[in-house]
Design a protein around this ligand. Structure first.
Ligand SMILES: Nc1nc2c(ncn2[C@@H]2O[C@H](COP(=O)(O)OP(=O)(O)OP(=O)(O)O)[C@@H](O)[C@H]2O)c(=O)[nH]1
Ligand SMILES: [Mg+2]
Length: 323
């Protein structure tokens, strides 16, 4: 059975509604990759996270793990599945330059003992790709797996490295949508061999509920301009009609690190937008962030009680402050 050169799925021409469909088995790109590449549209995939987790579970202890995480939300929920990882923090271009990489590196080193190395990169800016390539060169004779949450930027990073060091002649598919890569793609980059894998899906991330227009908005292509709000009385903030944050403490101070395409607006508590939706309540300390998966994070500099409302029960959590 041959595989799609874009997403690694096994090609089939039995069922147009299943992944990997092609009209003609001589084609090398599945119909879905063809649509993404040529029309920028997505065809929703039918596989479940269970299939992706099986791939991850098959990785052996002596394989090399490159765990790719986007700096936008820095989701490391699954990193403990691996004994030893090279952690690649990508999309560095999104965070303001004033934030020091060293601070982020120390933050992670303190918290994750299975992280053997940390490399901060940006595929967009070709930042530190040499450092990553040189690091991986030491493992030429091993299987090197690129793993991580869907949309973290694995395929884009591999593609950029192929451009810089030559290699794979296929045409890896990258997109704004979750679950772009569907199978394991064996790819050579210069002298090394890596495996691109399907990203782990966070089932209740907001990205799974957004339409194409909003998916484009949340996937920022530009450096984020943080928005700070110093608030005296009680009130609410709307993140682009997607999320409502109500603060129940007088004198809140919060800084939003989200795509510049998302409007962040203060509104009166009386404004009912999104108020009666799924609600979560948090007490956030003065040194903590609220992370909203695939959207970004909010930094708090005073203890604040907040209610977060959205029209779905979306994935978010509180962490020690990153910056
Ligand atoms: N700003 C920024 N965006 C990036 C960067 N790398 C990737 N992206 C964007 O992130 C989104 C996801 O990229 P992919 O490379 O398809 O992500 P993936 O991890 O392979 O996703 P799956 O195949 O679903 O697991 C796309 O919209 C990319 O354009 C980067 O360095 N900077
Ligand atoms: Mg991919």
């Amino acid at each position: 059975m041959s595989k799609c050169i874009g997403c690694g799925v096994e090609l089939q021409n039995d069922d147009p509604n299943k992944d990997g469909y092609v009209d003609n088995l001589d084609y090398v790109l599945c119909e879905r990759c063809f649509i993404i590449k040529n029309y920028g549209q997505n065809k929703v995939v039918k596989k479940s996270n269970i299939d992706y987790m099986k791939i991850i579970d098959n990785i052996r202890d002596n394989d090399v793990i490159v765990y790719v995480s986007s700096l936008l939300t820095l989701n490391l929920d699954y990193i403990d599945k691996f004994k030893n990882v090279i952690l690649v923090l990508t999309k560095r271009d999104l965070l303001p330059k004033s934030i020091k990489d060293g601070k982020i590196i120390n933050y992670i080193k303190k918290r994750y003992s299975n992280v053997q190395d940390i490399i901060v990169v940006s595929a967009y800016k070709k930042l530190n790709l040499d450092q990553l390539y040189n690091k991986l060169n030491a493992y030429k004779d091993k299987d090197i797996y690129f793993v991580g949450i869907t949309n973290s930027g694995k395929s884009t990073l591999i593609n950029e490295m192929i451009k810089s060091y030559n290699g794979y002649k296929g045409d890896i598919t990258m997109s704004n949508y979750p679950s772009t890569t569907l199978g394991v793609l064996d790819v050579n980059i210069g002298d090394i061999n890596v495996k691109d894998t399907p990203g782990i899906v966070i089932e209740n991330s907001i990205i799974n509920y957004l339409d194409n227009k909003n998916i484009k908005k949340v996937n920022s292509k530009k450096e984020i301009k943080p928005i700070t709000m110093q608030i005296e009385g009680r009130g609410a903030v709307l993140i682009d009609e997607l999320i409502r944050l109500e603060y129940e403490t007088e004198n809140a101070s919060m800084t939003f690190y989200v795509s510049n395409n998302l409007k962040v607006d203060g509104i009166s508590m009386k404004n009912p937008r999104l108020a009666e939706q799924y609600i979560r309540k948090y007490v956030i300390e003065d040194n903590q962030d609220l992370v909203i998966e695939d959207i970004g994070f909010v930094k708090f500099t005073k203890m604040t009680i907040i209610k977060v409302c959205c029209n779905k029960d979306i994935y978010m959590y509180v962490r020690d402050k990153l910056v």
